[in-house]
Design a binder for this molecule. Structure first.
Ligand code: SF4
Length: 320
């Protein structure tokens, strides 16, 4: 049985201990695909709060404030730093209790986490790296929201810490990227990942299987495209539809058919088969177990989904 290089295995081998990611959502961050800089409305599947379990609703701060990378104005930095600390410590305490966790990576997960003034990013990243037992950062962002200044700063941090940049790639096909209102094309993906690698940073790419009108062959070509850019890790997701999204509208009109569980797992197995053994896999499943899920039904029970994926991997002689 070949052990797939999961995030757990990768970090255990590197640090001799289990490392846990702590997801963080910071007030004021947005996305250029939502605030109108690139487009409005966001990706057709995006209802961002559904991806943000840690997002707090605090009545003491204004409802509308959004960071902009081209201005250093940020009257809420102290609030954001406090929010970072509160979220981190809460999750850290619970992970210590539940799993005896000893080391942590702070994961800036929601929205576009480099779409902010550099001074704000520096303050947040420095604070996060100063928490007890934090060994690094993982920063989720878009390929059109990264600058040489930010990459240079991250490369400096990477001299002493484990730093990952997570890019939503989703597909390498421009017609798909347009269809999902992604707001950038595959040339932008290629140039930004290439630049990130030139700074020596680790790159994790998110891929979605089941995007509108994509065949399995296209999904696998997108994986090959990301591999050709020398990425170090993948997160694979099936596309599922939640309420209050443009995709929900398409689903209701009968204009979108979700990927089946069988096709997703078959595509996943084929995609994993393409990866060299040093490429780490951080995620192979996704879903949401509440009433916001519209389709497909099999994305409701993530445990069952994971069980079937493990069984499919086992049939190929892989342990996950
Ligand atoms: S890039 Fe992310 S946050 Fe922005 S619209 Fe797309 S899914 Fe939503």
């Amino acid at each position: 049985m070949r052990a797939i290089l999961t995030a757990g295995r990768y970090f255990r081998e590197k640090f001799n201990v289990n490392v846990y990611k702590v997801p963080i959502s910071i007030f004021g961050f947005t996305c250029p695909n939502i605030d109108g800089s690139v487009a409005k409305g966001g990706c057709i599947f995006c209802e961002n709060e559904s991806f943000s379990p840690n997002l707090e609703h605090n009545t003491e701060r204004p409802k509308r404030f959004f960071l902009q990378p081209n201005t250093s104005h940020n009257p809420y930095l102290d609030f954001q730093l406090l929010q970072l600390e509160t979220q981190f410590k809460k999750t850290q305490t619970s992970l210590r209790k539940k799993f005896g966790a000893k080391k942590f990576i702070v994961y800036f997960q929601s929205f576009t986490n480099t779409y902010a003034p550099l001074e704000t990013l520096k303050a947040l990243y420095t604070k996060a790296l100063g928490f007890e037992d934090v060994i690094g950062l993982s920063i989720g962002t878009r390929t059109d929201s990264i600058s040489s200044d930010v990459l240079e700063y991250l490369a400096e941090l990477a001299l002493k810490h484990e730093i990952w940049v997570e890019y939503g790639v989703q597909s390498s096909y421009d017609q798909t990227l347009q269809r999902i209102n992604r707001g950038h094309d595959s040339a932008n993906i290629a140039s930004s990942i290439t630049l990130t690698r030139q700074y020596g940073l680790n790159v994790c790419t998110h891929m979605i299987f089941g995007l509108p009108q994509e065949t399995q062959e296209m999904m696998l070509e997108s994986v090959k495209f990301a591999l050709s850019l020398d990425v170090q890790s993948f997160k694979f997701h099936p596309l599922y539809v939640v309420k209050k999204t443009a995709l929900a509208h398409d689903l209701n009109k009968g204009a979108f058919t979700p990927i089946t569980e069988e096709v997703y797992i078959d595509t996943l197995v084929k995609a994993v088969g393409l990866l060299p053994s040093h490429v780490m896999i951080q995620r192979v499943s996704a879903g949401i177990g509440d009433t916001s899920l519209l389709a497909p039904d099999w994305c409701y029970d993530k445990h069952l989904q994971m069980l079937k994926i493990r069984q499919a991997f086992a049939r190929n002689g892989w342990s996950y």
